[in-house]
Design a protein around this ligand. Structure first.
Ligand code: SPM
Length: 289
């Protein structure tokens, strides 16, 4: 396998040509080809256990909390009362883990296409797969695109925790997918999708494209980001859309108190981080506006 040479894993992808992150590997804990993708779980020297899909890092034990918390709490804390939440993707369980902690959430439906990702996460990545144990959660194994088409006006918040727009997840970055999400929301509902980064390669183009879908389809839209050292360029973005024109994503509606943040064991998200996530550098602001 090209990605593994001399005890190092290198993340090589056409989305970020000419650059890659490498992690020194202590042990390949598991490697298989599922019906949908190549799945590997690595034990690395510097970042603990790492899940890769088709050779792309999905999460590392050392920094996964940043992404999982932000893709969950940016939309949840922008909604007045997010009772029913849908997660598309998120097969490692980390987003379910975070969503379940939110005090207002009563029901979580998750639709993940690849049962093997769920099974392997339960076996090798229990710190994330703990999300699957929560009684609020019902897990459905199937195609997120199809699932969305079969559900109308049902959810307060929809979170799409996908891999990158190459391979199985490509359709989740298309305009028709954002239409389906919109139709699956209740009045005042909010969506949040993984939306690449603002640097180099095709990152900013993809981020801008999906942001424009949200601006066109929703009454209020925003693009924010968080820091994840093991994602290309060290960060990853999210697009958010709301059916309520009064939603101001830049100011959280639900302020989690310091006590709640401690109880929820948050390590990245806070109301201040929420506000700062939407402050873009000038070059990105010029493209996105
Ligand atoms: N629950 C964690 C799953 C992570 N989903 C997003 C993975 C993205 C990986 N590549 C990042 C590249 C950003 N340009």
């Amino acid at each position: 396998m090209d990605a593994l040479k001399k005890g190092w894993f290198s993340e090589i992808c056409t989305l970020w040509p000419g650059m890659c992150l490498s992690l020194e590997v202590e042990e390949i804990l598991h490697s298989e080809k599922s019906k949908y993708q190549d799945i590997m779980v690595l034990k690395t020297k510097s970042h603990g256990r790492v899940l890769t899909l088709d050779g792309i890092i999905q999460c590392t034990e050392a920094d996964e909390f940043s992404y999982q918390e932000m893709i969950s709490y940016l939309p949840l804390c922008s909604h007045p009362c997010p009772k029913k939440v849908l997660i598309i993707g998120g097969g490692d369980g980390g987003v379910a883990r975070e969503v379940a902690k939110h005090p207002d959430v009563e029901t979580i439906i998750q639709c993940e296409i690849d049962q093997r990702v769920v099974e392997l996460s339960k076996e090798f990545l229990p710190f994330m797969a703990t999300g699957f144990e929560n009684p609020k959660l019902s897990l459905h194994i199937g195609d997120g695109f199809k699932f969305m088409g079969e559900h109308q006006r049902e959810f307060d918040v929809i979170i799409t925790d996908s891999s990158d727009p190459v391979g199985p997840a490509e359709a989740l970055f298309e305009e028709r997918y954002f239409h389906l999400m919109k139709n699956a929301l209740r009045d005042g509902g909010i969506i949040c999708s993984q939306a690449e980064n603002i640097w180099g390669g095709s990152g900013l183009d993809i981020a801008n494209r999906v942001y424009k879908y949200c601006q066109t389809l929703f009454s209020s839209a925003a693009y924010g980001y968080c820091l994840v050292p093991t994602y290309p360029t060290g960060l990853i973005g999210f697009v958010l859309g709301s059916l309520d024109s009064k939603t101001n994503f830049k100011e959280p509606l639900r302020i989690l108190s310091n006590e709640e943040q401690e109880q929820m064991k948050l390590r990245y998200y806070s109301p201040d981080i929420h506000r700062s996530a939407f402050v873009l550098p000038r070059f990105a602001r010029k493209v996105m506006e």
